[in-house]
Design a protein around this ligand. Structure first.
Ligand code: M6R
Length: 610
């Protein structure tokens, strides 16, 4: 959840660390800190608030050092303040640590350390780590050994980096359940929770696995397990460019990410449609395709927006592949001892590939012997690596906390998987070709919807002061109603609910009056007539209505206050189009309210804690 960056080499680490933190701020941004070794002495500076505040504080201090670590925090234990910010130091300030994750047994560890005379300055779970490591150093162990011994006593998750003035030539880092990558340079090496922090310095990286400890000096890197077993690590070349990560001229990442969806969907499709055969080609499923086709049941597990994509996936798979499919929140799946058989295939959908609940659900499913498959965006992420096989969405880095382009790419991948299975089961060549052609036409249709941006901004102006919103859709567009409501609430802090439109009369209709705007997702499909009846019901009660409708639907304008017209496609692909105006509407409302759309309050991009 938080961001970690570390440097050791010949250069001054301070600007490198600050720039790295700025790239990591999307992971957490309630406090920031830096720890360096300067003339054999250690120095820690930290504060509540954003990285720019930290930068301002250290600007005139003339800090110069060749080794340091830095952290941007998203609070779990202890409020965001200077004391709870990282790095945390030992008593004499010779040792300091930055940590992502949660130490579950910190209370027990803390009690033991208190008994040994250690005093604590913060309310965090992380602080136990620094004192625990310190206690092993005091017993005569070197830094690496002390980190290993400490981690053997720890239950929970960590991505951490430690510096010790007694051994100033190294950074020791370790990972369990929280991503960590080592960057390899010329006479310099890096550590980071995310490649974006170090990409401007190196493209050669090593991904740490759970239970691994890395020792980094300016000229060397080696990895061991926490039980001191040597391990060989593979070096990966990163293909991502910094330009792909930057805002590209847009005021916010979220808008950039909404606007680049024609391209990101093209990227998700690239090389994956075999038009002549009316099917798709997904390299990541080759080894498991027979098991997948013969699965007795498919379970889709995810959180948040990825869970909404899963709901659409359920409709797709049941309609085209005729395999019973269930969708479950990963957080529920992991704790309720679900019935999982070896003949089940379980799909884990995650943009980041690091979501703690989804990862834990995956481990549970794996343990029970099911076929586990990932649909992830971040290449090399934990979920991508822990699944037997899977499909990358290739949407590129998503920085805005509100997920947009990752969602549409997840839907595209689910459509490709459905096409692949359906063609291997009972879909005809003619139907397969027709579906493949419709999928290929999607990027151009998204492009035409994005041209409505100005109109959607005007609608946002009209509704920006609303206190509540209702989002209503049926069939494939019910999950889109949920997704539209989630987008609005997470960035504009307006209360919003998504419902299947027909459910309205079972309760939510009581809320309708002139202060409750209702957004109907009403493309012309088999449920259109019924949706029109629902619109009439809201109209009759004075509700103001925005409709997402098809371009050739002139009738709907007589019933609604505002309409946003989108191109037609087949039912299964409609959510990829209907969600775009809802993303833009949420974005513009939040901007008009003067809110930070890329970093909404209380949220972080990748939720690596429970
Ligand atoms: O990285 P993941 O797809 O696993 O993340 C899951 C959710 O945390 C995420 O979709 C969250 O709901 C977003 N903020 C939604 O915009």
């Amino acid at each position: 959840m938080c961001g970690i960056v570390g440097y050791i080499g010949n250069k001054n680490c301070v600007p490198i660390l600050i720039n790295g933190l700025k790239r990591l701020e999307y992971r957490g941004y309630d406090s920031a800190g830096i720890g360096i070794l300067q003339d054999q002495k250690s120095l820690v500076i930290k504060n509540k608030g954003k990285v720019t505040l930290l930068e301002e504080r250290i600007q005139n201090l003339n800090l110069i050092s060749n080794v340091g670590i830095a952290h941007t925090r998203w609070a779990t234990h202890g409020i965001p303040n200077e004391l709870n910010a990282h790095p945390h130091s030992n008593h004499d300030g010779t040792l300091f640590i930055i940590h992502n994750g949660i130490i579950e047994n910190f209370l027990v560890l803390k009690k033991n350390l208190l008994n040994q005379g250690y005093r604590f300055n913060s309310e965090t779970d992380s602080e136990v780590l620094v004192h625990l490591i310190d206690s092993f150093i005091k017993e005569g162990n070197d830094l690496t050994k002390s980190v290993q011994l400490a981690l053997n006593e720890v239950a929970g998750t960590y991505g951490l980096a430690v510096i010790y003035s007694g051994e100033p030539d190294k950074i020791v880092a370790a990972r369990k359940g929280s991503p960590l990558v080592v960057g390899l340079g010329e006479n310099e090496n890096f550590i980071a929770s995310d490649v974006s922090a170090i990409l401007s310095h190196t493209k050669q990286v090593v991904y740490l696995e759970d239970g691994e400890v890395a020792v980094i000096t300016k000229n060397s890197f080696n990895a061991k397990t926490i039980y001191n077993k040597e391990i060989e690590k593979e070096v990966h070349e990163i293909t991502l460019t910094l330009e792909e990560i930057d805002k590209g001229g847009y005021p916010h990442f979220m808008l950039k990410e909404i606007m680049e969806q024609p391209e990101t969907v093209r990227n998700s499709l690239r090389g994956r449609i075999v038009l002549d055969e009316g099917t798709s080609k997904l390299g990541g499923l080759i080894d498991v395709i027979d098991r997948l086709i013969n699965a007795k049941r498919i379970i889709i597990t995810a959180c948040g927006t990825s869970w909404h994509a899963g709901l659409v996936g359920e409709y797709m798979i049941e309609q085209f592949c005729r395999i019973p499919t269930e969708v479950e929140y990963a957080s529920e799946f992991r704790y309720r001892n679900p019935i999982v058989n070896k003949e089940d295939a379980i799909l884990f959908i995650s943009q980041s590939g690091e979501t703690a609940d989804t990862l834990a659900a995956l481990q549970e499913a794996k343990m029970k012997g099911a076929l586990v498959l990932g649909i992830c965006n971040v290449v090399g992420s934990s979920i991508a690596r822990e699944t037997n096989s899977g499909v990358y969405t290739h949407a590129g880095p998503e920085i805005g906390v509100a997920s947009t382009k990752a969602f549409t790419s997840q839907l595209v991948v689910l459509a490709l998987i459905s096409l692949l299975i359906a063609r291997r089961k009972n879909m005809s060549l003619v139907d397969g070709k027709a579906l493949a052609e419709e999928i290929l036409a999607i990027p151009d249709k998204i492009e035409s919807i994005l041209k409505l941006n100005d109109k959607i901004e005007q609608i946002a102006e009209e509704f920006k002061n609303a206190k509540n919103f209702l989002y209503l859709g049926r069939g494939y567009n019910f999950p889109v109603a949920l997704e539209g409501a989630l987008k609005l609430k997470e960035i504009s802090y307006i209360h919003a609910e998504g419902y299947p439109a027909a459910e309205m009369k079972h309760g939510p209709i009581a809320l309708i009056d002139e202060n409750m705007p209702a957004i109907f997702i009403a493309p012309k499909d088999s449920t259109y007539e019924k949706i029109i009846s629902n619109i009439q019901e809201v109209k009759a009660r004075g509700g103001r209505i925005i409709a997402i409708a098809n371009e050739d639907d002139n009738e709907i304008d007589k019933l609604v206050d505002f309409s946003i017209k989108i191109p037609q496609t087949i039912r299964m692909l409609m959510p990829i189009l209907t969600v775009i105006p809802l993303q833009l509407l949420a974005y513009h409302i939040a901007v008009k309210k003067g809110l930070n759309v890329d970093q909404p309050r209380n949220l972080a991009k990748s939720v690596t804690v429970e």
